[in-house]
Design a protein around this ligand. Structure first.
Ligand code: AMP
Ligand code: GLY
Length: 426
């Protein structure tokens, strides 16, 4: 089959890398791709915001399946538009994507179907938000209602911080239309885990558990980012907790979608906080996580292209995924200044040496300048290592990280710390 992958992150590089291993895949394209995807696929410049351009490309190249990486494309209905032209798409429709693209929709959905989540209030008026914030105890969470690349969530320790976040969103319009409404949410404490499932709307194939590190600084401190690292499996998700998540969150969500007459096919990502009162949903994502995908996909033994195609066709009942038992860790190498302002164009060295350590290097913001590979974004590279246990995997990954250099390179030195037996936080 011929496949087009849409996106340009580490997630899309990992997806292309895995699809390339399938004997079923003939031509593989990635748009726009990055300095790494071009090793697995042909990078193509299509204006993916213009769906007729995507449709034209798919017809010309006889594309059998389009795999959509980022939420932004799903949120504007790329699936609906392509399917009207009989092009198969792995990724949910516009209507289903609202689980991620509108936090208000997601919260109301969870309320309707009794899916455990943090208590919340919605505001579009700054004065009312301010009054409310002053009346409740801290910490509290302020969220832009729409898509903000993982950066529209502020965990405020004080009322001043929360008010200033609400002001940034509602008055200063920092996130534009995506922040014209905000959610002020109960702070949940506990440990996070990411549960991703593949689904055709009825059948579910759970993927291996994982956990990402969203904060920029060590010890999970500082501002949220798109993700600074990840590991799989997440040891907190033992059999008992997994079953509880399936019973109280995953199945009720699928039933809720059915009752709401929303068809869902693709991957559904449940961001979970494991609290003392049980697992609760922090967020839904309607696509693969980044960087979770970089540690989940290398563990898949089965033919990835076949399962993605089955989901796009709407029937995964005959599919299974078998897993590599090794544990995987991903460390994100980012540009100085990220998640704030950063410079690009820095020459990257040592990728080949890191690969000699048998690490996988999934590119994110990279490009070429002549023969040199240069930084081209905030998150630049993902270094992925494996081991028999998390400790080995961490050591393997950081050994490879040390081989790579670019000016201003920053990374967290504690990825996976919560999974280490001694430091497990109960
Ligand atoms: P979201 O985009 O809603 O998942 O938020 C991004 C990150 O912010 C989450 O992964 C958590 O680390 C944190 N977060 C979001 N909501 C809450 C909450 N109610 N309580 C504690 N942390 C939260
Ligand atoms: N790693 C979090 C996300 O993909 O949204």
């Amino acid at each position: 089959m011929n496949i087009l992958v849409i996106g340009s992150g580490g997630r899309e590089h990992a997806i292309c890398w895995k699809l390339r291993q399938s004997s079923k895949v003939k031509d593989l394209y990635c748009s726009p791709g990055n300095g790494g995807t071009l090793k697995e696929a042909v990078n193509v410049e299509i204006n993916v915001k213009n769906h007729s351009e995507v449709i034209k490309f798919c017809h010309e190249k006889k594309i059998d399946l389009v795999v959509v990486g980022p939420e932004a494309s799903l949120a504007v209905g790329i699936t609906d538009d392509l399917e009207k032209e009989n092009i198969k798409v792995f990724g949910p429709s516009y209507s289903a994507s609202r689980l991620e693209s509108s936090k208000v929709f997601a919260k109301e959905f969870m309320g309707r179907y009794n899916i455990p989540t943090a208590g919340f209030r919605i505001f579009d008026d700054f004065q009312k938000a301010e009054e409310y914030i002053k009346s409740v105890s801290m910490p509290i969470v302020v969220k832009a209602y729409g898509l903000a690349a993982g950066k529209g969530v502020i965990i405020a320790e004080t009322a001043e911080e929360a008010i200033s976040a609400a002001e940034d969103m509602l008055v200063k319009k920092m996130f534009g239309a995506q922040g014209q409404r905000i959610i002020v949410e109960e702070y949940l404490s506990g440990e996070e885990a990411s549960i991703l499932i593949l689904t055709d709307g009825t059948n579910i194939i759970p993927l291996a558990s994982s956990q990402d590190h969203k904060r920029i600084n060590e010890g999970d401190k500082g501002p949220n980012t798109g993700g600074m690292g990840a590991y799989s499996p997440a040891p907190i998700v033992n059999k008992e907790l997994f079953d509880e998540i399936m019973d109280t969150i995953v199945r009720p969500t699928m039933e809720g979608l059915k009752n709401s007459k929303i068809e869902y096919k693709g991957v559904l990502y449940f961001g979970i906080m494991v609290t003392s009162k049980g697992p609760k949903v922090l967020e839904y994502n309607v696509r693969f996580g980044d960087p979770e995908t970089q540690v989940i996909v290398p563990r898949i033994r089965s033919d990835f292209a076949e399962v993605l195609m089955a989901a796009a066709e709407g029937d995964i009942s005959a599919k299974k995924i078998t897993w590599d038992d090794s544990e995987y860790v991903c460390v994100v190498l980012a540009s100085e200044g990220y998640p704030g302002k950063y410079e690009t164009g820095k020459v990257i060295s040592g990728i080949k040496d890191a690969e000699k350590q048998k690490a996988l290097i999934f590119h994110a913001g990279t490009s070429f300048s002549g023969t040199e590979i240069i930084s081209f974004g905030g998150r630049v590279l993902n270094v992925v290592g494996k081991g028999r246990n998390i400790k080995d995997a961490i050591e393997h990954t950081y050994k490879a990280v040390k081989k790579i250099y670019f000016d201003g390179m920053q990374y967290r030195k504690d990825i996976g710390f919560r999974a280490l037996p001694k430091k497990r936080i109960k």
